[in-house]
Design a protein around this ligand. Structure first.
Ligand SMILES: NC(=O)c1ccc[n+]([C@@H]2O[C@H](COP(=O)([O-])OP(=O)(O)OC[C@H]3O[C@@H](n4cnc5c(N)ncnc54)[C@H](O)[C@@H]3O)[C@@H](O)[C@H]2O)c1
Ligand SMILES: O=C(O)C[C@H](O)C(=O)O
Length: 332
């Protein structure tokens, strides 16, 4: 068995972390042969609650979990970490857009970027979950100048999983028969859920989602809106934002990054844009991604029709606006 790796989860006393910590600690992200030391960061007022989480992790008696370090000190939390799940941030309430959280949350990601820069391993893999996730990831990267920008990613895997589930239901197949859904752009209501390149295995044959579903207007309207508004629908029903599915998606994202993607599979992640597909540069934009040996690449050469190209421009513009607002909040 290999040496333990250090993994930090921020917002460790919160609702996403409550599901995520168990998934990580039992080996479902870094594999069944990888021991772990979990660093749990939350704010000072949450330390008593965090002790309860520490007790529960101990009571799970998980063989891979070698040590748990609860702390409110970023210097301790980020020391020598191999992977960072940045979950800790305020969630939105009903009626808010995720970008309404910018002023409350963006400074957290500035401070944590600085802490990662000072204390983490230089190859640390950072996943930002806290909203607005894309712009928080951008800020975090900018405040960690000694770390390569490709170490910073934002979570759109929840949107991709949602899209996959909706396509599977409409096509009447199990979710395992659906792959390669794309989420372009921002994890916001301007995101672009695109099933044009999805593959569906139906009646023993692999076909496009369009052939499997045979309803183009559903694919361009109801499907798109359902995914764009799914987070808000969960909040309206639960009176709290998604947690179990968010934790599952965070685990999926980091597992794909650590283990790689299979041959013709791609996954979606918010990554530093290089301008592919006409996206603005210097924003964290969600693209289809393949991963090999821990390095991600944007899938190139996919054909985009005008309908999706227009939407992709709009979500890119929103990210540029968020970037401007984020840095003015930090500098204020
Ligand atoms: N990207 C996505 O797909 C996605 C999905 C679901 C939720 N989210 C976002 O994830 C975030 C967390 O959601 P939640 O439901 O777990 O919220 P929560 O309120 O249950 O937990 C957040 C935790 O973060 C802690 N925290 C606040 N500031 C911190 C700091 N500076 N350092 C460390 N911890 C800090 C809080 O004390 C709290 O324990 C929210 O911003 C939410 O909108 C994103
Ligand atoms: O919608 C939210 O605010 C939470 C999260 O981003 C989600 O998509 O469920």
């Amino acid at each position: 068995m290999s040496e333990p790796i250090r993994v930090v989860v921020t917002g460790a006393a919160g609702q996403i972390a409550y599901s995520l910590l168990y998934i990580i600690a039992k080996g479902d992200v870094f594999g069944p042969n990888q021991p772990l030391i979990l660093h749990l960061l939350d704010i000072p007022v949450m330390m008593d609650v965090l002790q309860g989480v520490v007790m529960e992790l101990a009571d799970c008696a998980l063989p891979l979990l070698h040590e748990v370090i609860p702390t409110a000190d970023p210097a301790v939390a980020f020391k020598d970490v191999f992977a960072a799940f940045l979950v800790g941030a305020m969630p939105r309430r009903q009626g808010m857009e995720r970008k309404d959280l910018l002023s409350a949350n963006v400074k957290i990601f500035k401070e944590q970027g600085e802490a990662l820069d000072n204390y983490a391993r230089k190859d640390v893999k950072v996943l930002v979950v806290g909203n607005p996730a894309n712009t928080n990831a951008l800020v975090c990267s900018k405040y960690a100048p000694s770390l390569p920008p490709e170490n910073f990613t934002a979570m759109t895997r929840l949107d991709q999983n949602r899209a996959r589930a909706q396509i599977a239901e409409k096509a009447g197949v199990p979710v395992s028969c659906v792959s390669n859904l794309i989420i372009w752009g921002n994890h916001s209501s301007t995101q672009v859920p695109d099933a044009s390149h999805a593959k569906v295995m139906k009646n023993g044959t692999t076909m496009s989602a369009a052939d499997a579903i045979q309803n183009d207007s559903w694919l361009k309207q109801e499907f798109v809106e359902t995914i764009q508004k799914r987070g808000a629908a969960v909040i309206a029903a639960r009176k709290m934002s998604s947690a179990m599915s968010a934790a599952n998606a965070a685990a999926d994202h980091m597992r794909s990054w650590f283990m790689g993607t299979s041959n013709d599979e791609f996954v979606c992640m918010g990554v530093m844009s290089d301008g592919s597909y006409g996206a603005p540069k210097n924003v964290v934009y969600s693209f289809p991604i393949t991963i090999k040996n821990g390095k991600w690449s944007i899938v190139q050469g996919l054909k985009i029709d005008d309908f999706f190209a227009n939407m992709m421009n709009l979500t890119g513009q929103e990210l540029e606006e968020e970037r401007k607002e984020a840095f003015s909040v930090i500098q204020a």
